[in-house]
Design a protein around this ligand. Structure first.
Ligand SMILES: C[S@@+](CC[C@H](N)C(=O)[O-])C[C@H]1O[C@@H](n2cnc3c(N)ncnc32)[C@H](O)[C@@H]1O
Length: 210
């Protein structure tokens, strides 16, 4: 199934990434999930929102296979699956096409000398800013408090996204109808606390603003 579901990056328009599965007029909106793991969240979102075209990226082959199994079982058609790095997909994407991007439980890289490997960084925020449209939603979930602080610091430095949270409940409660992820289940079982950091893409970049 993978060749059929890999995004057709050379298609003349963005809907063409979905090949013959794209509706004639394209999807109503588009969303990206970076590092979907076993694809539980992505498959649930695609099922709940058939009018949205979802693009999922994951280098871990067993996770890709697991998602394809869910796609087949549910008969989902509004998805593209990239077996590989999300950075390559964002680089190939036209500007301003996405209404949402999900980065759920990115690898925490806890050692200080590995922090530079964290997905939330200047370069990837630049790419996300480019492919998200103004007003689009960026959701970063993490169970590592240091990664949550890191994310807020990087977002503030970047200045392309607004964080609308005002109280603890805003980042400690999952968004409504949240399907969860496999990693999240493990984190909860281990007593760790998920943080849901929800951002809105600004019209223009204001470095230092959150
Ligand atoms: C801790 S796991 C979380 C998986 C899933 N989001 C979940 O919550 O169950 C992080 C995932 O990000 C993937 N990943 C890491 N770097 C990536 C990249 N550059 N592009 C796409 N996925 C990436 C890893 O392969 C891994 O599956």
């Amino acid at each position: 199934m993978l060749p059929e579901f890999e995004p057709k990056l050379s298609a003349p328009d963005f809907a063409g990434w979905f090949g013959a599965r794209a509706p004639e007029m394209g999807f109503g909106a588009y969303a990206l999930e970076i590092g979907f793991g076993g694809g539980e969240h992505l498959a649930a979102q695609a099922k709940a929102f058939p009018e949205i075209g979802f693009i999922g990226c994951e280098p871990f082959l067993n996770g890709v296979a697991k998602l394809l199994g869910q796609i087949e079982a549910e008969g989902l058609t509004n998805l593209c699956v990239h077996h590989g790095d999300a950075r390559d997909v964002m680089a190939a994407m036209p500007a301003g096409v996405l209404g949402q991007a999900f980065l759920l439980y990115p690898d925490p890289w806890p050692k200080k000398r590995h922090h530079k490997r964290r997905f939330v960084n200047r370069e990837n925020l630049d790419s996300l800013f480019r492919v998200l449209m103004p007003g689009a939603r960026l959701l970063v979930a993490t169970d590592i408090a240091d990664y949550a602080n890191w994310t807020l610091a990087e977002i503030k430095k970047h200045g392309g996204f607004v964080w609308r949270a005002r109280q603890r409940a805003d980042w400690l409660h999952a968004p409504s109808n949240w399907p969860g992820t496999r990693y999240e289940q493990k984190a909860l079982a281990a007593g760790r606390v998920p943080h849901y950091l929800e951002f809105t893409r600004r019209e223009t970049i204001l470095p230092g603003a959150l």
